[in-house]
Each structure stands twice: as C-alpha cells, then as structure tokens.
Design a protein around this ligand. Structure first.
Ligand SMILES: C[S@@+](CC[C@H](N)C(=O)[O-])C[C@H]1O[C@@H](n2cnc3c(N)ncnc32)[C@H](O)[C@@H]1O
Length: 106
C-alpha cells in the first residue's frame, strides 16, 4: 500500500500564472519566477507515491493551470500520486476533469 500522505485541499499558489498563448520561451521565463520556485518547493518529495521528479510535478501542475484544459488523460495511474497533482491543478482552475487508467496498477 502507498503511504497516506494526502494534504488538505487548499490553493497552492494564488493565480500567478502567465496568460496564454503558451510558448517555449514564455514557459522558460515562468520557470525563473518565484511562483515556479514555490511550486517546486511545494512538490519536493510529495506526493511520496508519485514517480515523477519534483520539477516534473511542478511543470505538470503549472501547465494545467496555464492551459486550463477541460480534460486531462493519464496513462498509467499506479498509486495516483501524480494524478493527485493534476487533479489539484484542475480543482484550482475550477473546471476540468481527470481521467486516469492503469490495467496493471492498484
Ligand atoms: C512509472 S509508473 C507511473 C505512475 C504514475 N503516473 C506516477 O507518476 O506516479 C507507470 C505505470 O504505467 C502503467 N502502464 C504500463 N503500460 C501501460 C499501458 N499500456 N496502459 C496503461 N497503463 C500502463 C503501469 O502499470 C504503471 O503503473
């Protein structure tokens, strides 16, 4: 069983995300902001049962906040650690749905 380290549902960073259109340059600029540093700190080592790196979780969360997708699809849930990151971003957007699937995981 994965560790039960779910944090309370609360905003991580208040709407400090660049407006779309998103470009490689605008996102690179974003990674040099205080907001991005705060996100990496927030996702440092958490969720423990996510298999991504701290920076990868911060990037994934930020992309969802910036792009505001109506739907996110994850292939490979495992313990839903990374799914929790994406679901929190959608929750903070106030819209969007996460679908996650894994025929082999728990
Ligand atoms: C490295 S884990 C990643 C888990 C999770 N996304 C994370 O970041 O913590 C990869 C997961 O993908 C699942 N997987 C592998 N091949 C798959 C497939 N063809 N379709 C769906 N899930 C698959 C595995 O069962 C495994 O749970």
């Amino acid at each position: 069983m994965p560790p039960n380290d779910i944090r309370p549902l609360a905003p991580i960073v208040r709407d400090r995300f660049p407006a779309t259109p998103l470009t490689a340059i605008s996102f690179a600029d974003f990674t040099r902001t205080r907001t991005y540093s705060d996100l990496v700190a927030y996702f440092k080592g958490w969720p423990r049962h996510s298999f991504m790196t701290d920076d990868s979780r911060a990037v994934l969360y930020a992309l969802i906040r910036i792009l505001r997708p109506r739907m996110v699809v994850e292939i490979g849930t495992l313990f839903a650690g990374t799914a929790q990151v994406m679901a929190r971003a959608l929750w903070e957007n106030g819209e969007g749905m996460l679908h996650t699937t894994d025929p082999f995981g728990t």
